[in-house]
Design a protein around this ligand. Sequence first.
Ligand code: C2E
Ligand code: MG
Ligand code: MG
Ligand code: MG
Length: 284
Amino acid sequence: RAKKMGRNNTQFYQPAMNEEALERVRIESALRNALERDEFVLHYQPQLDLQSGRVVGMEALIRWQHPELGMVAPGRFIGLAEETGLIVPIGAWVLRTACAQAKAWQDAGHGVLRIAVNLSPRQFSEPKLLAAIAEVLRETGLPPSCLEIELTEGLFMNDVALAVELLHKLKALGLALSIDDFGTGYSSFSYLRRFPIDVLKIDRSFISDIGEGDEAAIVVSIIALAHNLKLRVIAEGVETAAQLDYLRRNGCDEIQGYYFSPPVPPIEFERMLIDGKSLQPALV
Ligand code: C2E
Ligand code: MG
Ligand code: MG
Ligand code: MG
């Protein structure tokens, strides 16, 4: 059929494209089913205060417990969820589940723990976002000050005025806002002053460079920048004692990373809380 229409006709390539489109449709409906069948789970990674050495919060990270594929990492489906818009209902599930879990741990006497939830750009442009978050806070009873929303720098590339307005409305709910993967995205420092941000999360790539000379200067600079702007600063992806030591000596507020714990299922996280697992406090 393609031959009849001529060699240069784009029809010639149609089969391959159809396959790609079909694959996407397949994944989209698989994601939709996953939500209906309750196949998503949240793992939690502790965040530790470097002064006290104690767990002060946790980041909720989604996984897909696929009946055949096993545990699927978010890197393999968040992008597609984003493109198809399914991130909106999936993200709503994440927010509700994470807030309910944090409240349950508080009620069980594990102290005031903060819960950090990732928000994708697509969710950010969802008109009902504000109402949805307010409703989750009300229904779960989690104090708004215990919720931290993680945003990425890409968010600030679109309509800046609109973004500033929405961030102020989010802040008015009483929650905290953090910039995830700081230093890797659209790096304009102007938004740091304009946007009501509370926390900078130093991207893992800068932390893994600690001990490699020059690169550590970036980490020190981000810590100084954060503190000058009265922001809290968290180092992501801390894997070694040397990195931890460096961050502590340079005044970083909090850490998160495999050195202390990877993201773990709720039952294991709770075990950590019960055992009072912590870091050696700073020797001040
Ligand atoms: P992120 O928000 O920057 O999360 C941190 C990622 O780094 C997590 O990967 C975590 O497992 C990993 N990590 C933590 N400590 C270490 C470490 O010491 N070493 C190394 N090598 N990695 C570490 P994960 O769970 O695979 O998530 C990947 C990304 O997927 C997240 O990056 C986030 O952007 C996205 N994501 C995860 N859950 C959600 C969600 O519920 N909603 C949205 N919109 N995005 C999510
Ligand atoms: Mg994050
Ligand atoms: Mg990150
Ligand atoms: Mg990331």
